[in-house]
Every structure is written in C-alpha cells, then in structure tokens.
Design a binder for this molecule. Structure first.
Ligand code: UFG
Length: 331
C-alpha cells in the first residue's frame, strides 16, 4: 500500500507512520509543521511540507504520488484553544477537510481513515460509551470533529468514497524505540505534565477538581497508548482495502483511571514523590469518559498491547527523560 498520512509529523501521526513503515508499507507525509516536528518524520517517508487547505498543493501531491488511501490527522486539537479561537478550528479542521475531500474526489482517491475524538460525545449518557450513543460536543474542537465526520458521511454518500472514523479517548505514551513521543506547546495533557515534576521542570501537578462523582472525587479517563492507536489506523485502512463499509469506531482500553490514580502510578514508575495540589475544576471537563471498544475489536480485529497504565507511563517517562524539551533541544 502507498498511504498518504496528513499530519504525519504530529504526535499520533508520527507513531502511525513508524508502524506503517515497520509493517512494510510505503508512506507519503503531508504536514504544515505548525504543530508537527520535522524531527518526528520517519526518514523513509516521502515528505511534502504544505497545508491541506491549499488545493493546488494537494492536487500536486495526488498527481505526483500514486496514493491507495489517506490517513487524516491534520487538525488543530486543543480543547481550550478551540473555545478561545473557534474560527481557527473551523478553518483548519473543517475548511481543510473540505479542500482535501474535493481534491480526493477529483483524483478518484476513495479510502480515508480519519482521526476523531471522544470529545464528539460531550457529557456521556452511558458508561462505557458506545459509538451510537448521543453526540453532543461541549467544546468547539469536538464540534468540528463531529462536523468532519458528517462531511465524510455525506461525501461518501454522493461520491464513490468510503471512510473510517476513529474516536480516540486519552492518547498517551511514546514509541518504545525512544525516537518519537508526545510534544505539545503549550502542553495541557495530564501525563506529560505529571512527568515534568520528576524531570525538574515543574514543582507540582495541579489536580483539577476533587468533588466529581467518582471513587476519589477526581476525573476518570480511559488512557490508550499511541502505538495501539497507530495499529488501529493500519487495521482500519486494511478493512477499507478489503471492501469494508464506512463506519465509526471508539478506541480506548475500556478501563478508567482517576487523576489521582494516574499520579500515583507515575510516582511508582519514576520513584519520585510528585507533589500534587488540589485546585478548582477545569471548565468543560466531563467527570468520566470510558470507551466501549468492542466494535473495533470485533470488526477490525484490534487488540491493544499496552493495557497496563504502568507500562504506558513507563514509555512516556523514557521519552520525556531523554527529550525534556520535546524535539527542540535533546537532553
Ligand atoms: N488534569 C489535571 N491536571 C492537569 C491536566 C489535566 O487534573 O494539569 C485532568 C483533567 O482535568 C482531566 C484529566 O486530567 O480530568 C485528563 O486531562 P487531559 O487534558 O490530559 O485530557 P482530556 O481528557 O481533557 O482530553 C482528552 C484529549 C482531547 C479530547 C478529550 C475528549 O486530550 O483531545 O480527551 O474528551 F478532546
């Protein structure tokens, strides 16, 4: 397969590229490097620097490369930022996908795997969350991802195109090869922020809210290793190659951990006391998000390898220790 990975220099995109190349596939990457990193690009991939909103550029890529399928990660993905600057999300996520789909349809490219999110559900009706549960996003990021899913649905209906949308829960961890990992600026995610404490970059971790209706009062999330997400994209592409119908799948481990449990596990992994400070709730945080991923397991044959939170945090810890400033300055 020759796969075009949009956003292949980003966190989940770069891990998927490494796994695709490991599986013997040919990879072409498009990334505008606004949030992705040149250092995260696999040396065996063909790289085009550019923006998916640029129709001429996208046409040029599809004309030069014989692409069998597209995996689409190229989007803005920060919940807080999406509330402050919603139009950036409409432009990057929705207009970008519109231009991409126009170019794909014009070039007869008919298979796409798309990175979606648990944020499409908003405050869940049921735990664990199933794919046909209510979708009512509580932030603009989730809203644009849900609209992108609908754009795929109606485009697939009108043109001969099939898609798989993968709704991730809390992506985390790093590639065990130590070469790539999580690097956001600013960092807002729990596990990398916790690990900044033993790395000497932060004095304590803030715990946002201690009065949720959970076993210890802190929010519960379903943490899923980035390499397991990467494998799901490869399986989804194979599913489409084998004639599978357009569909939506949740990706999580099906197990929830509270913020306090994650901090405690990080203490065990790092051997550092990691002081924590209880603070106000962060606005817009649902209390509990846990996936039912039975559909991905049954239909795609997905089998996550990193179910143990300790192992997940250990891979993240090794990455952050060796790259305390992400890709910028190596430690
Ligand atoms: N948290 C803290 N302290 C911190 C950072 C986070 O207590 O310093 C808490 C949050 O309040 C939340 C949990 O840790 O309860 C996880 O927070 P993250 O920011 O790591 O992740 P979210 O669950 O908020 O967001 C993730 C993805 C989003 C996606 C969302 C779906 O990062 O892209 O799940 O709801 F939209």
């Amino acid at each position: 397969m020759r796969i075009l990975v949009l956003g292949g220099a980003g966190y989940i995109g770069s891990h998927t590229v490494y796994e695709l190349i490991e599986a013997g596939e040919d990879v072409v990457i498009v990334d505008n490097l606004l949030t992705g990193f040149r250092e995260a690009i696999h040396p065996q991939a063909t790289f085009y620097e550019g923006d998916i909103r640029d129709r001429t550029f996208m046409d040029c890529v599809f004309e030069k490369e014989k692409i069998d399928g597209v995996i689409h990660f190229a989007a803005s993905s920060q919940v807080g930022e999406s509330m402050k600057d919603p139009l950036k999300y409409y432009s990057n996520n929705l207009c970008g996908t519109e231009t991409l789909l126009e170019s794909m349809v014009a070039h007869g490219i008919d298979k796409i795997v798309f990175s979606s999110t648990a944020a499409t559900y908003g405050e869940p009706e049921n735990i664990p969350i199933k794919e046909n549960d209510r979708t009512l996003p509580t932030n603009c990021y989730g809203e644009t991802k849900l609209s992108m899913e609908k754009m795929f649905k109606w485009t697939a209906n009108a043109h001969n195109l099939r898609y798989v949308s993968l709704r991730y829960f809390n992506a985390c961890g790093a590639h065990p090869n130590g070469k790539i990992g999580e690097a956001h600026s600013p960092e807002t995610h729990l596990i990398p922020l916790i690990l900044q404490v033993p790395n000497g970059q932060r004095e304590y971790i803030s715990v946002f809210g201690n009065d949720y209706d959970t076993k210890d009062g802190t929010c519960v999330r379903d943490y899923i290793h980035v390499n397991d997400l990467a494998q799901a994209h490869i399986l989804a592409m194979k599913y489409l190659m084998n004639g599978g119908e357009s569909d939506i799948f949740n990706l999580g481990n099906g197990v929830g951990f509270t913020v306090k449990e994650v901090i405690e596990t990080a203490r065990e992994v790092t051997g550092h006391p990691i002081p924590a400070k209880e603070e106000m709730r962060r606005s817009g945080d649902p209390s509990t998000l846990i996936a039912s991923s039975e559909k991905a397991k049954t239909v795609l044959g997905w089998n996550p390898q990193y179910a143990d939170l300790r192992v997940i945090i250990d891979t993240a810890w090794r990455w952050h220790q060796s790259h305390p400033n992400g890709y910028k300055i190596e430690g």
